[in-house]
Design a protein around this ligand. Structure first.
Ligand SMILES: [Zn+2]
Length: 511
């Protein structure tokens, strides 16, 4: 069996509600997963939640419930919004699941047996919300360098992971596989951090009970990040079902936000090296989103819930906007005006209006029945077919680079060619002269065929829209059962099938 294409999002912390940032990573992962499925590949797409740690324990206490009850209550916010956003994850991992604990305990026991985990005394500055220890030199004006909040001094006997032993091997790996960390600026950040020297990491806590107990010292629990990283292999049965694990691992890409880069590009690969496991092919860190030019924060009250925008614009417009507007890997700014502008120009006009014009003409001139092409092709037909022939390859190349905005630009440039074809061939003029009926048949067929390809092109980013176009084209099956490259060949629309215009795909939004 071929290894599955394996894509992951970070597991999201149950204490936070999903916002447009978490939704961004998840939509990107979903689009990648759907793109690979469309190519006929076996895919495993994983997302989930991170449920352990002091922060969860404290929130549970404040709310007068057990940490498990708190996690059970919070997880619904994620599963609900992913359902609403049409996220097609193959599994949803919860770190409180017994299987996750079993894998995590096996994994850590293995590292302990190999001598990569050892007991020592830890003393340091600790940021509770971030669950991070900091060196005195890392503090900014005595506060957490990551979030700016107060830190507290903490001393305890616990267990350490011998991260320092892996610095050279990590650098060698990145050198030999530069694509391991993307974009390049993040790779440079990682290599310069490793060159400064890596220190062994405390990986357990004695003062906390909400976590996975260490198999070799049941009085301590794993640090939340240590157990969290293991979700990527516990979800696919590491140490439980070898055949399954090997048919999915290593991950093709871990999609992450830049704030968790070091965990994923330094500590995680070192943990895997220690366990003798292959490393993921790529860790891709994206930037942060600002809202109307400002950083999103609870205190500013500008945290946007995906629901708000989905209700306003629709699921597919939501997915499209974030994929199209931001250059994946870099920071980007969300603005409502900008979203409305893109909606009207790209979705209502270039896409929705084109589909509706084409199908309306089939209804008007041929009673909805798509005719057989009736005349020899002309130059304009050749131009359209050329655009169709090259767009799938272009999109695939951009998707390989995770350049979603460029992939969509390529699709929209194809839509531009379709719209030009509709204008230039002017079916409404052909329809006036019965002597041109054969030419009209050809033009109508070509337009409909161009719309069929459009459904396949937008499927990964806008699955609902792809299905909507497919239904309007009169197909009784789902667009999702078709695969590229076969389905992308020109001329597969079955002449004689009935198509109908239906409701507008994207009704204009008045500002
Ligand atoms: Zn902090």
């Amino acid at each position: 069996m071929d290894k599955a294409y394996y894509v992951t999002t970070p597991i999201y912390y149950v204490n936070d509600l999903p916002h447009i940032g978490t939704a961004y990573t998840t939509v990107v992962a979903d689009t990648l997963a759907r793109h690979h499925r469309l190519k006929g590949e076996r895919v495993f797409f994983l997302t989930g939640v991170d449920e352990h740690g002091q922060h969860v324990a404290r929130a549970a206490e404040r709310n007068g419930v057990s940490p498990q009850e708190w996690a059970d209550r919070m997880v619904v916010h994620f599963t609900d919004v992913w359902k609403k956003l049409n996220i097609s994850n193959d599994f949803f991992i919860r770190t409180t699941s017994p299987r996750h604990a079993e894998v995590a305990r096996k994994f850590i026991q293995n590292l302990y047996d190999k001598g990569d985990i050892y007991p020592d005394t830890y003393e340091g500055w600790y940021c509770v919300p971030d669950e991070s220890f900091w060196l005195p030199s890392q503090l900014v004006e005595g506060k957490c360098p990551q979030c700016g909040r107060e830190v507290e001094i903490l001393q305890e006997e616990n267990y350490f992971f011998r991260l320092s032993a892996y610095a050279d091997r990590l650098l060698e790996h990145i050198d030999a596989h530069p694509e391991f960390v993307e974009p390049e600026m993040r790779r440079n950040e990682v290599t310069s951090f490793i060159r400064q020297g890596l220190t062994d990491q405390s990986i357990s806590r004695k003062t906390l009970t909400w976590g996975i107990p260490l198999p070799f010292d049941e009085n301590q629990v794993m640090y939340v990040w240590f157990d969290a990283l293991l979700n990527y292999i516990s979800a696919i049965d590491y140490g439980i079902d070898d055949a399954r694990f090997e048919s999915i691992w290593p991950a093709d890409v871990h999609l992450i936000g830049k704030e968790i880069l070091r965990f994923h590009a330094i500590i995680w690969p070192a943990m895997l090296m220690a366990a003798g496991l292959p490393l993921p092919r790529q860790v891709f860190a994206h930037g942060w989103l600002t809202v109307e030019g400002e950083k999103m924060s609870k205190s500013k009250g500008n945290v946007i819930s995906p629901y708000e925008l989905i209700d306003e614009y629709g699921v597919d417009a939501y997915r499209y906007y974030f994929l199209r507007e931001f250059s994946f890997g870099y920071d980007g700014n969300f603005s409502r005006d900008n979203m409305t502008g893109r909606y009207n120009a790209d979705l209502a006009n270039a896409l929705g209006n084109m589909v509706s014009r084409v199908l309306a003409m089939v209804e008007r001139y041929r009673g909805g029945e798509v005719p057989e092409p009736g005349s020899a092709g002309e130059e304009t037909d050749a131009v359209l077919k050329q655009a169709a022939a090259k767009v799938f390859g272009e999109v695939d190349a951009y998707m390989e680079k995770l350049a979603f905005n460029e992939a969509l630009q390529a699709i929209w440039s194809y839509l531009g060619a379709v719209n030009r074809y509709v204008d230039e061939t002017a079916a409404w003029d052909l329809a006036k002269d019965p002597a041109l009926a054969a030419r009209l048949d050809t033009v109508l067929y070509n337009q409909v065929e161009a719309v069929r390809l459009t459904a396949l092109l937008v499927l990964p980013s806008m699955p609902g829209t792809a299905e909507g176009i497919w239904r309007r084209l009169g197909f009784s099956d789902s667009v999702h059962v078709h695969h590229l490259p076969a389905a992308g060949a020109w001329g597969l629309y079955p002449a004689g099938q009935k198509a109908s215009k239906g409701d507008p795909l994207f009704p204009r939004i008045e500002k």
